[in-house]
Design a protein around this ligand. Structure first.
Ligand SMILES: *[C@@H]1O[C@H](CO)[C@@H](O)[C@H](O)[C@H]1NC(C)=O
Ligand SMILES: *[C@@H]1O[C@H](CO)[C@@H](O)[C@H](O)[C@H]1NC(C)=O
Ligand SMILES: *[C@@H]1O[C@H](CO)[C@@H](O)[C@H](O)[C@H]1NC(C)=O
Length: 225
């Protein structure tokens, strides 16, 4: 159980997509703090900056914690990742880019389900980039996670796009990156976040980085559809 939790907590970002009812397309936003969104957050305050590429759009909705659909706007995870100060994530620029390139896919329903990991030494101990065994197991565990997710959703070819990490605590960042980039499963893609600007904590993507990442995710996603 602990191992499974570690994987969920360390899986930086994953986007999965499934056909929904009534012609809507449902996108699952999974991961931890980066997917939840920390862009523009400093000293536990979000600066409220929403770039053009992340603006709301009347054909992009999101599921709330009490299971109603509302027009989507950042922070997408504010009622999900409730113990953190949420800011800008990649979800809105992803969705806007997707509709820009393939308008027929709308309306889109985003399902935010990322929760940031605990802070401090506990989180370092639980990180897959700190422990050699966890790092080595990462690839196999990721495949299991994707297979389980697809089985649970009854969608064996559910398209999945994940993000390869750039930074992390501990010495095994490269081992994890290699596992992420090397995954060979049908209908999966990995985009590399290397080089995207991080916040001063060196752990979270800035607003500008999140906008770029969202566009990268959308481009990869269209290839895997
Ligand atoms: C955040 O807090 C630190 C220390 O308390 C302070 O030096 C810094 O100016 C603050 N930054 C912002 C953006 O408020
Ligand atoms: C928030 O914190 C409470 C108290 O520690 C905990 O029980 C709960 O699971 C946390 N919720 C999330 C979404 O992290
Ligand atoms: C946030 O994303 C960056 C870029 O992918 C990654 O290097 C970093 O490890 C992530 N932070 C966490 C806490 O997962």
């Amino acid at each position: 159980m602990l191992a499974f939790l570690c994987l969920i907590l360390q899986l930086s970002n994953a986007i999965a997509y499934a056909s929904g009812t009534r012609g809507k397309h449902i996108i699952i936003l999974a991961g931890q703090s980066n997917m939840s969104g920390r862009g523009g957050v400093q000293n536990n305050t979000w600066d409220g900056v929403v770039p053009l590429q992340s603006q709301p759009n009347p054909t992009i909705f999101r599921l709330t914690a009490d299971l109603s659909w509302i027009e989507a706007r950042d922070p997408l995870h504010k009622d999900i990742d409730v113990n953190a100060t949420c800011g800008l994530g990649p979800g809105m620029s992803f969705a806007n880019r997707l509709l820009q390139r393939a308008p027929g896919l709308g309306p889109l329903g985003l399902v935010p389900c990322a929760v940031g990991g605990p802070r401090g030494t506990k989180s370092a101990r639980e990180s897959d980039t700190v422990n050699e065994l966890d790092a080595r197991m990462y690839g196999r565990r990721l495949i299991n996670l994707f297979n389980n997710l697809r089985a649970d959703l009854g969608s064996p070819l559910l398209p999945i796009v994940q993000v390869a990490i750039t930074s992390g605590q501990g010495p095994y960042v490269e081992t994890v990156r290699k596992a992420q980039l090397g995954i060979k499963l049908q209908k999966t893609r990995c985009v590399d976040s290397k080089g995207l600007p991080l916040l001063p904590d060196n752990l979270h993507l800035s607003t500008r980085a999140q906008v770029r990442l969202g566009r990268m995710l959308a481009n990869a996603f269209l290839k895997v559809l």
